[in-house]
Ligand binder design. Structure first.
Ligand code: PFF
Length: 446
Protein backbone atom coordinates (compact mmCIF):
# COMPACT_ATOMS: atom_id res chain seq x y z
CA UNK A 1 0.00 0.00 0.00
CA UNK A 2 1.19 3.48 -0.77
CA UNK A 3 2.47 5.33 2.23
CA UNK A 4 2.83 9.03 2.51
CA UNK A 5 6.43 10.06 2.87
CA UNK A 6 5.53 13.32 4.62
CA UNK A 7 5.19 13.05 8.41
CA UNK A 8 1.54 12.97 9.41
CA UNK A 9 0.30 16.17 10.97
CA UNK A 10 -1.34 16.20 14.39
CA UNK A 11 -3.83 18.54 15.99
CA UNK A 12 -2.26 21.32 17.99
CA UNK A 13 -4.50 20.81 20.98
CA UNK A 14 -7.30 18.65 22.32
CA UNK A 15 -9.62 21.63 22.13
CA UNK A 16 -8.72 22.08 18.47
CA UNK A 17 -9.66 18.49 17.71
CA UNK A 18 -12.94 18.69 19.65
CA UNK A 19 -13.93 21.99 18.05
CA UNK A 20 -13.10 20.68 14.59
CA UNK A 21 -15.23 17.58 15.18
CA UNK A 22 -18.06 19.65 16.62
CA UNK A 23 -17.60 22.00 13.67
CA UNK A 24 -18.07 19.10 11.30
CA UNK A 25 -21.10 17.84 13.19
CA UNK A 26 -22.83 21.18 13.65
CA UNK A 27 -24.06 22.37 10.28
CA UNK A 28 -27.10 23.02 8.16
CA UNK A 29 -28.35 19.62 9.34
CA UNK A 30 -28.74 20.96 12.88
CA UNK A 31 -30.18 24.31 11.98
CA UNK A 32 -32.86 22.97 9.80
CA UNK A 33 -32.82 19.18 9.57
CA UNK A 34 -33.50 18.64 13.23
CA UNK A 35 -36.49 20.95 13.52
CA UNK A 36 -37.85 19.94 10.15
CA UNK A 37 -37.59 16.22 10.80
CA UNK A 38 -39.22 16.79 14.14
CA UNK A 39 -42.12 18.67 12.57
CA UNK A 40 -42.55 15.89 10.01
CA UNK A 41 -42.01 13.11 12.48
CA UNK A 42 -44.53 13.99 15.15
CA UNK A 43 -42.61 16.33 17.47
CA UNK A 44 -41.67 14.59 20.69
CA UNK A 45 -41.83 11.13 19.08
CA UNK A 46 -39.04 12.19 16.74
CA UNK A 47 -36.99 13.78 19.53
CA UNK A 48 -37.25 10.61 21.66
CA UNK A 49 -36.25 8.34 18.76
CA UNK A 50 -33.42 10.68 17.83
CA UNK A 51 -31.97 10.73 21.33
CA UNK A 52 -32.31 6.93 21.55
CA UNK A 53 -30.41 6.52 18.27
CA UNK A 54 -27.68 8.92 19.38
CA UNK A 55 -27.16 7.23 22.74
CA UNK A 56 -27.50 3.55 21.86
CA UNK A 57 -26.44 3.42 18.24
CA UNK A 58 -24.31 6.43 17.37
CA UNK A 59 -22.18 6.78 20.48
CA UNK A 60 -20.49 3.35 20.15
CA UNK A 61 -20.02 3.95 16.42
CA UNK A 62 -18.40 7.28 17.18
CA UNK A 63 -15.83 5.54 19.36
CA UNK A 64 -15.40 2.80 16.72
CA UNK A 65 -14.63 5.40 14.02
CA UNK A 66 -12.18 7.19 16.29
CA UNK A 67 -10.47 3.91 17.15
CA UNK A 68 -10.20 2.91 13.48
CA UNK A 69 -8.68 6.29 12.56
CA UNK A 70 -6.19 6.42 15.40
CA UNK A 71 -5.08 2.85 15.07
CA UNK A 72 -4.42 3.06 11.31
CA UNK A 73 -3.32 6.71 11.04
CA UNK A 74 -4.39 6.89 7.40
CA UNK A 75 -7.26 8.54 5.59
CA UNK A 76 -10.72 7.00 5.66
CA UNK A 77 -10.43 5.44 2.21
CA UNK A 78 -7.36 3.41 3.17
CA UNK A 79 -8.14 2.77 6.84
CA UNK A 80 -10.42 -0.29 6.47
CA UNK A 81 -7.96 -1.96 4.08
CA UNK A 82 -4.95 -1.23 6.25
CA UNK A 83 -6.76 -2.54 9.31
CA UNK A 84 -8.55 -5.58 7.92
CA UNK A 85 -7.34 -6.30 4.40
CA UNK A 86 -8.70 -5.94 0.90
CA UNK A 87 -12.06 -7.49 1.71
CA UNK A 88 -12.88 -4.27 3.47
CA UNK A 89 -12.16 -2.08 0.45
CA UNK A 90 -15.91 -1.50 -0.15
CA UNK A 91 -16.10 0.37 3.17
CA UNK A 92 -13.22 2.55 1.98
CA UNK A 93 -15.15 3.28 -1.19
CA UNK A 94 -18.24 4.16 0.78
CA UNK A 95 -16.07 6.53 2.82
CA UNK A 96 -15.05 8.36 -0.32
CA UNK A 97 -18.30 8.28 -2.32
CA UNK A 98 -20.55 9.51 0.50
CA UNK A 99 -18.58 12.67 1.40
CA UNK A 100 -18.10 13.61 -2.25
CA UNK A 101 -21.83 13.18 -2.91
CA UNK A 102 -22.78 15.17 0.18
CA UNK A 103 -20.23 17.93 -0.47
CA UNK A 104 -21.57 18.28 -4.02
CA UNK A 105 -25.03 19.36 -2.88
CA UNK A 106 -23.99 20.87 0.46
CA UNK A 107 -22.13 23.53 -1.53
CA UNK A 108 -25.37 24.32 -3.36
CA UNK A 109 -27.33 24.74 -0.14
CA UNK A 110 -24.46 26.92 1.13
CA UNK A 111 -24.91 29.03 -1.95
CA UNK A 112 -28.57 29.64 -1.08
CA UNK A 113 -27.60 30.36 2.54
CA UNK A 114 -25.01 32.92 1.49
CA UNK A 115 -27.47 34.58 -0.81
CA UNK A 116 -30.13 34.95 1.90
CA UNK A 117 -27.43 36.35 4.19
CA UNK A 118 -26.56 39.00 1.62
CA UNK A 119 -30.21 39.74 0.92
CA UNK A 120 -30.90 40.29 4.62
CA UNK A 121 -28.09 42.82 4.75
CA UNK A 122 -29.58 44.72 1.82
CA UNK A 123 -33.16 44.51 3.03
CA UNK A 124 -34.45 42.29 0.26
CA UNK A 125 -36.31 39.74 2.34
CA UNK A 126 -39.86 38.73 1.45
CA UNK A 127 -42.46 40.70 3.40
CA UNK A 128 -45.32 38.19 3.29
CA UNK A 129 -46.14 34.57 2.52
CA UNK A 130 -47.01 35.42 -1.10
CA UNK A 131 -43.57 36.84 -1.77
CA UNK A 132 -41.82 33.94 -0.10
CA UNK A 133 -42.38 31.36 -2.86
CA UNK A 134 -40.86 33.69 -5.45
CA UNK A 135 -38.04 34.47 -3.08
CA UNK A 136 -37.01 30.83 -2.84
CA UNK A 137 -37.29 30.44 -6.60
CA UNK A 138 -35.06 33.46 -7.00
CA UNK A 139 -32.30 32.27 -4.67
CA UNK A 140 -32.30 28.67 -5.87
CA UNK A 141 -32.67 28.97 -9.63
CA UNK A 142 -30.44 30.38 -12.34
CA UNK A 143 -26.77 30.64 -13.05
CA UNK A 144 -26.04 32.87 -10.06
CA UNK A 145 -26.33 29.76 -7.86
CA UNK A 146 -23.02 28.65 -9.40
CA UNK A 147 -21.33 31.73 -7.96
CA UNK A 148 -22.24 30.74 -4.40
CA UNK A 149 -21.44 27.10 -5.04
CA UNK A 150 -18.00 27.91 -6.46
CA UNK A 151 -17.32 30.42 -3.71
CA UNK A 152 -18.29 27.95 -0.96
CA UNK A 153 -16.30 25.08 -2.43
CA UNK A 154 -13.39 27.40 -3.19
CA UNK A 155 -13.32 28.79 0.34
CA UNK A 156 -13.53 25.28 1.81
CA UNK A 157 -10.74 23.99 -0.43
CA UNK A 158 -8.57 26.99 0.34
CA UNK A 159 -8.91 26.37 4.09
CA UNK A 160 -8.25 22.64 3.70
CA UNK A 161 -5.17 23.38 1.60
CA UNK A 162 -3.77 25.14 4.69
CA UNK A 163 -3.53 21.77 6.47
CA UNK A 164 -4.84 20.43 9.75
CA UNK A 165 -3.35 22.95 12.19
CA UNK A 166 -3.22 26.06 10.07
CA UNK A 167 -6.34 25.39 8.06
CA UNK A 168 -9.05 23.29 9.67
CA UNK A 169 -8.10 23.75 13.34
CA UNK A 170 -7.62 27.50 13.03
CA UNK A 171 -10.94 27.96 11.23
CA UNK A 172 -12.81 26.12 13.96
CA UNK A 173 -11.03 27.88 16.80
CA UNK A 174 -12.25 31.17 15.34
CA UNK A 175 -15.70 30.19 14.08
CA UNK A 176 -17.08 27.91 16.76
CA UNK A 177 -17.06 30.43 19.66
CA UNK A 178 -18.71 33.02 17.37
CA UNK A 179 -21.28 30.44 16.34
CA UNK A 180 -22.18 29.60 19.94
CA UNK A 181 -22.44 33.30 20.84
CA UNK A 182 -24.86 33.97 17.97
CA UNK A 183 -26.86 30.89 18.84
CA UNK A 184 -27.35 32.10 22.43
CA UNK A 185 -28.42 35.57 21.31
CA UNK A 186 -30.97 34.12 18.91
CA UNK A 187 -32.41 31.62 21.41
CA UNK A 188 -32.95 34.39 23.96
CA UNK A 189 -34.46 36.75 21.41
CA UNK A 190 -36.81 34.06 20.09
CA UNK A 191 -38.00 33.24 23.62
CA UNK A 192 -39.63 36.68 23.78
CA UNK A 193 -41.58 36.33 20.55
CA UNK A 194 -45.38 36.33 20.87
CA UNK A 195 -46.01 32.66 20.16
CA UNK A 196 -42.77 31.18 21.46
CA UNK A 197 -44.73 28.85 23.75
CA UNK A 198 -46.79 27.49 20.90
CA UNK A 199 -43.59 26.86 18.93
CA UNK A 200 -41.98 24.93 21.82
CA UNK A 201 -45.15 22.90 22.23
CA UNK A 202 -45.12 21.85 18.62
CA UNK A 203 -41.46 21.01 18.66
CA UNK A 204 -41.32 18.96 21.84
CA UNK A 205 -44.67 18.29 23.38
CA UNK A 206 -46.97 17.31 20.60
CA UNK A 207 -46.51 13.60 21.24
CA UNK A 208 -48.13 11.01 19.05
CA UNK A 209 -47.14 7.55 20.24
CA UNK A 210 -47.98 5.93 16.87
CA UNK A 211 -45.15 7.92 15.34
CA UNK A 212 -42.61 5.88 17.28
CA UNK A 213 -43.19 2.98 14.90
CA UNK A 214 -43.78 4.96 11.73
CA UNK A 215 -41.07 3.94 9.18
CA UNK A 216 -40.64 7.50 7.91
CA UNK A 217 -40.08 8.72 11.42
CA UNK A 218 -37.57 5.94 12.07
CA UNK A 219 -35.72 6.72 8.84
CA UNK A 220 -35.66 10.41 9.70
CA UNK A 221 -34.33 9.75 13.21
CA UNK A 222 -31.57 7.44 11.95
CA UNK A 223 -30.55 9.55 9.00
CA UNK A 224 -30.71 12.80 10.91
CA UNK A 225 -28.57 11.33 13.71
CA UNK A 226 -25.89 9.96 11.36
CA UNK A 227 -25.89 13.06 9.18
CA UNK A 228 -25.87 15.49 12.06
CA UNK A 229 -23.05 13.72 13.88
CA UNK A 230 -21.09 13.27 10.61
CA UNK A 231 -20.98 9.51 11.24
CA UNK A 232 -20.77 6.52 8.93
CA UNK A 233 -18.90 8.63 6.40
CA UNK A 234 -15.29 8.38 7.53
CA UNK A 235 -14.85 11.92 8.78
CA UNK A 236 -14.31 10.91 12.37
CA UNK A 237 -11.91 8.21 11.12
CA UNK A 238 -9.93 10.84 9.25
CA UNK A 239 -9.97 13.41 12.05
CA UNK A 240 -8.88 10.78 14.59
CA UNK A 241 -5.98 9.79 12.33
CA UNK A 242 -4.41 13.15 13.24
CA UNK A 243 -4.87 12.51 16.95
CA UNK A 244 -2.13 11.76 19.46
CA UNK A 245 -2.07 8.32 21.07
CA UNK A 246 -3.38 9.38 24.47
CA UNK A 247 -6.58 11.36 24.01
CA UNK A 248 -9.60 9.84 25.66
CA UNK A 249 -11.76 8.70 22.75
CA UNK A 250 -15.02 7.82 24.57
CA UNK A 251 -14.92 11.08 26.53
CA UNK A 252 -14.45 13.10 23.39
CA UNK A 253 -17.21 11.22 21.60
CA UNK A 254 -19.58 12.06 24.47
CA UNK A 255 -18.60 15.74 24.39
CA UNK A 256 -19.04 16.03 20.64
CA UNK A 257 -22.39 14.21 20.48
CA UNK A 258 -23.70 16.22 23.39
CA UNK A 259 -22.72 19.56 21.90
CA UNK A 260 -24.17 18.61 18.54
CA UNK A 261 -27.49 17.53 20.06
CA UNK A 262 -27.66 20.70 22.16
CA UNK A 263 -27.16 22.80 19.03
CA UNK A 264 -29.94 20.89 17.23
CA UNK A 265 -32.30 21.52 20.13
CA UNK A 266 -31.27 25.18 20.37
CA UNK A 267 -31.89 25.64 16.67
CA UNK A 268 -35.41 24.32 17.23
CA UNK A 269 -35.81 26.87 20.02
CA UNK A 270 -35.05 29.56 17.45
CA UNK A 271 -36.90 28.37 14.38
CA UNK A 272 -40.14 27.16 15.97
CA UNK A 273 -41.00 30.40 17.82
CA UNK A 274 -40.34 32.32 14.56
CA UNK A 275 -42.52 29.97 12.52
CA UNK A 276 -45.48 30.12 14.92
CA UNK A 277 -45.25 33.80 15.76
CA UNK A 278 -45.29 34.78 12.11
CA UNK A 279 -47.93 32.22 11.15
CA UNK A 280 -45.66 30.30 8.81
CA UNK A 281 -46.66 26.90 10.16
CA UNK A 282 -48.73 25.99 7.11
CA UNK A 283 -45.64 26.19 4.93
CA UNK A 284 -43.66 23.78 7.09
CA UNK A 285 -46.36 21.17 6.64
CA UNK A 286 -45.26 20.86 3.05
CA UNK A 287 -41.70 20.79 4.27
CA UNK A 288 -38.91 20.33 1.79
CA UNK A 289 -35.27 21.19 1.79
CA UNK A 290 -36.21 24.77 0.81
CA UNK A 291 -38.33 25.53 3.85
CA UNK A 292 -35.49 27.08 5.82
CA UNK A 293 -35.18 29.56 3.01
CA UNK A 294 -38.84 30.51 2.87
CA UNK A 295 -40.29 30.48 6.38
CA UNK A 296 -37.46 32.05 8.35
CA UNK A 297 -36.65 34.92 5.95
CA UNK A 298 -40.34 35.72 5.53
CA UNK A 299 -41.04 35.68 9.25
CA UNK A 300 -38.08 37.90 9.96
CA UNK A 301 -38.69 40.07 6.89
CA UNK A 302 -42.10 41.02 8.28
CA UNK A 303 -40.57 42.12 11.55
CA UNK A 304 -38.88 45.38 10.58
CA UNK A 305 -35.27 46.26 11.17
CA UNK A 306 -34.84 44.10 14.28
CA UNK A 307 -36.10 41.14 12.26
CA UNK A 308 -33.60 41.96 9.56
CA UNK A 309 -30.75 42.10 12.04
CA UNK A 310 -31.80 38.69 13.36
CA UNK A 311 -31.92 37.37 9.80
CA UNK A 312 -28.35 38.58 9.23
CA UNK A 313 -27.31 36.79 12.44
CA UNK A 314 -29.26 33.61 11.64
CA UNK A 315 -27.97 33.18 8.10
CA UNK A 316 -24.48 34.30 9.11
CA UNK A 317 -24.60 31.58 11.75
CA UNK A 318 -25.85 29.05 9.20
CA UNK A 319 -23.01 29.89 6.80
CA UNK A 320 -20.37 29.58 9.54
CA UNK A 321 -21.85 26.26 10.64
CA UNK A 322 -21.83 25.07 7.05
CA UNK A 323 -18.25 26.04 6.20
CA UNK A 324 -16.85 24.15 9.21
CA UNK A 325 -18.79 21.08 7.98
CA UNK A 326 -17.72 21.62 4.39
CA UNK A 327 -14.00 21.54 5.27
CA UNK A 328 -14.51 18.18 6.98
CA UNK A 329 -16.19 16.76 3.88
CA UNK A 330 -13.37 18.05 1.69
CA UNK A 331 -10.70 16.71 4.01
CA UNK A 332 -11.67 13.13 3.07
CA UNK A 333 -10.86 13.24 -0.66
CA UNK A 334 -7.93 15.55 0.02
CA UNK A 335 -6.35 13.28 2.64
CA UNK A 336 -7.03 10.27 0.45
CA UNK A 337 -5.23 11.82 -2.52
CA UNK A 338 -2.30 12.75 -0.28
CA UNK A 339 -2.04 9.29 1.32
CA UNK A 340 -2.59 7.29 -1.83
CA UNK A 341 -0.67 9.29 -4.41
CA UNK A 342 1.74 11.18 -2.23
CA UNK A 343 0.82 14.50 -3.80
CA UNK A 344 0.96 17.94 -2.22
CA UNK A 345 -2.03 19.10 -0.16
CA UNK A 346 -2.44 22.14 -2.36
CA UNK A 347 -2.94 20.05 -5.51
CA UNK A 348 -5.11 17.53 -3.69
CA UNK A 349 -7.38 20.44 -2.68
CA UNK A 350 -7.57 21.78 -6.22
CA UNK A 351 -8.41 18.36 -7.72
CA UNK A 352 -11.08 17.74 -5.09
CA UNK A 353 -12.57 21.16 -5.74
CA UNK A 354 -12.86 20.49 -9.47
CA UNK A 355 -14.32 17.00 -9.03
CA UNK A 356 -16.95 18.08 -6.51
CA UNK A 357 -17.88 21.15 -8.53
CA UNK A 358 -18.62 18.98 -11.58
CA UNK A 359 -20.59 16.41 -9.58
CA UNK A 360 -22.59 19.28 -8.04
CA UNK A 361 -23.84 20.68 -11.36
CA UNK A 362 -27.07 18.61 -11.45
CA UNK A 363 -27.88 19.77 -7.89
CA UNK A 364 -27.50 23.40 -8.93
CA UNK A 365 -29.87 22.82 -11.84
CA UNK A 366 -32.50 20.65 -10.24
CA UNK A 367 -33.76 20.77 -6.67
CA UNK A 368 -35.52 17.42 -6.74
CA UNK A 369 -32.24 15.83 -7.80
CA UNK A 370 -30.62 17.49 -4.82
CA UNK A 371 -33.41 16.36 -2.51
CA UNK A 372 -33.18 12.73 -3.67
CA UNK A 373 -29.39 12.67 -3.48
CA UNK A 374 -29.69 13.98 0.07
CA UNK A 375 -32.11 11.20 1.09
CA UNK A 376 -29.94 8.52 -0.55
CA UNK A 377 -26.63 9.78 0.84
CA UNK A 378 -28.07 9.91 4.35
CA UNK A 379 -29.27 6.32 4.09
CA UNK A 380 -25.80 5.32 2.89
CA UNK A 381 -24.37 6.73 6.11
CA UNK A 382 -26.49 4.32 8.14
CA UNK A 383 -24.99 1.46 6.08
CA UNK A 384 -21.51 2.89 6.74
CA UNK A 385 -22.27 2.96 10.45
CA UNK A 386 -23.24 -0.71 10.40
CA UNK A 387 -20.01 -1.73 8.68
CA UNK A 388 -17.83 0.26 11.10
CA UNK A 389 -19.59 -1.25 14.12
CA UNK A 390 -19.17 -4.74 12.71
CA UNK A 391 -15.52 -4.12 11.76
CA UNK A 392 -14.47 -2.88 15.19
CA UNK A 393 -16.75 -5.17 17.20
CA UNK A 394 -16.11 -8.46 15.40
CA UNK A 395 -13.09 -8.19 13.11
CA UNK A 396 -10.78 -5.91 15.11
CA UNK A 397 -11.82 -6.18 18.76
CA UNK A 398 -8.15 -6.17 19.83
CA UNK A 399 -7.49 -2.82 18.16
CA UNK A 400 -10.62 -1.44 19.78
CA UNK A 401 -9.41 -2.60 23.20
CA UNK A 402 -5.95 -1.19 22.66
CA UNK A 403 -7.35 2.19 21.68
CA UNK A 404 -9.60 2.19 24.72
CA UNK A 405 -6.64 1.27 26.94
CA UNK A 406 -4.63 4.10 25.40
CA UNK A 407 -7.56 6.37 26.17
CA UNK A 408 -7.31 5.44 29.84
CA UNK A 409 -10.87 4.05 29.79
CA UNK A 410 -12.11 2.09 32.78
CA UNK A 411 -12.77 -1.64 32.56
CA UNK A 412 -16.49 -0.93 32.68
CA UNK A 413 -16.36 1.46 29.70
CA UNK A 414 -14.31 -1.07 27.76
CA UNK A 415 -16.75 -3.89 28.35
CA UNK A 416 -19.74 -1.71 27.70
CA UNK A 417 -18.43 -0.49 24.34
CA UNK A 418 -17.25 -3.90 23.23
CA UNK A 419 -20.56 -5.45 24.18
CA UNK A 420 -22.53 -2.73 22.36
CA UNK A 421 -20.42 -2.93 19.21
CA UNK A 422 -20.80 -6.70 19.06
CA UNK A 423 -24.35 -7.41 20.08
CA UNK A 424 -26.52 -4.32 20.21
CA UNK A 425 -25.39 -1.59 17.85
CA UNK A 426 -25.03 -3.68 14.66
CA UNK A 427 -28.46 -5.24 15.18
CA UNK A 428 -30.12 -1.88 15.75
CA UNK A 429 -28.36 -0.19 12.84
CA UNK A 430 -29.20 -3.08 10.55
CA UNK A 431 -32.84 -2.73 11.61
CA UNK A 432 -32.74 1.06 11.07
CA UNK A 433 -31.04 0.58 7.70
CA UNK A 434 -33.62 -1.91 6.43
CA UNK A 435 -36.55 0.22 7.56
CA UNK A 436 -34.94 3.29 6.00
CA UNK A 437 -34.40 1.50 2.69
CA UNK A 438 -37.99 0.31 2.70
CA UNK A 439 -39.27 3.80 3.44
CA UNK A 440 -36.98 5.32 0.81
CA UNK A 441 -38.24 2.94 -1.87
CA UNK A 442 -41.80 3.93 -0.91
CA UNK A 443 -40.85 7.61 -1.08
CA UNK A 444 -39.41 7.22 -4.55
CA UNK A 445 -42.26 5.13 -5.88
CA UNK A 446 -45.02 7.38 -4.57
N1 PFF B 1 -23.04 17.25 10.10
C1 PFF B 1 -23.27 18.25 9.12
C2 PFF B 1 -24.61 18.91 9.35
O1 PFF B 1 -25.32 18.53 10.30
O2 PFF B 1 -24.95 19.80 8.58
C3 PFF B 1 -23.26 17.75 7.71
C4 PFF B 1 -22.23 16.74 7.44
C5 PFF B 1 -20.92 17.09 7.48
C6 PFF B 1 -22.63 15.45 7.21
C7 PFF B 1 -19.98 16.15 7.29
C8 PFF B 1 -21.71 14.47 7.03
C9 PFF B 1 -20.41 14.85 7.09
F1 PFF B 1 -19.53 13.93 6.93
Amino acid sequence: MEQNSIKREEWNSKLGFILASVGSAVGLGNLWGFAYSSSEGGGAAFVILYIFVVLIVCFPIFVAEFALGRTTKVSAFLAPIKAAGNNWAPLGWLFIIAPIAIASYYAVVMSWTGEVFIMSIFDNLPKNAKESANFFKYISEGNHVFIGQIFSLGLGSYIVSGGIKKGIEKLNLICMPILFAILFILVIWAAFLGKAGEGYNNLFLNFDIKQLTNPTNIRLAFSQAFFSLSLGIGIMVTYASYLDKKSNLPKQAVQISLLDTIVGLMAGLITFPIIYTFNMSSSIKESTIGTLFTTIPTGLGEYGSLGRLMAVLFFGLAYLAAITSMVSLLEIPVSTLIDKFDIKRKYASIYSFILIFIIGIPSVRNISFLDNLDAMAKTLLIGGGFLVAFLMGWVLPRSLETELENSGSSLKTKYYLKFMLRYITPVLVAWGFIISLYDLVNKFSS
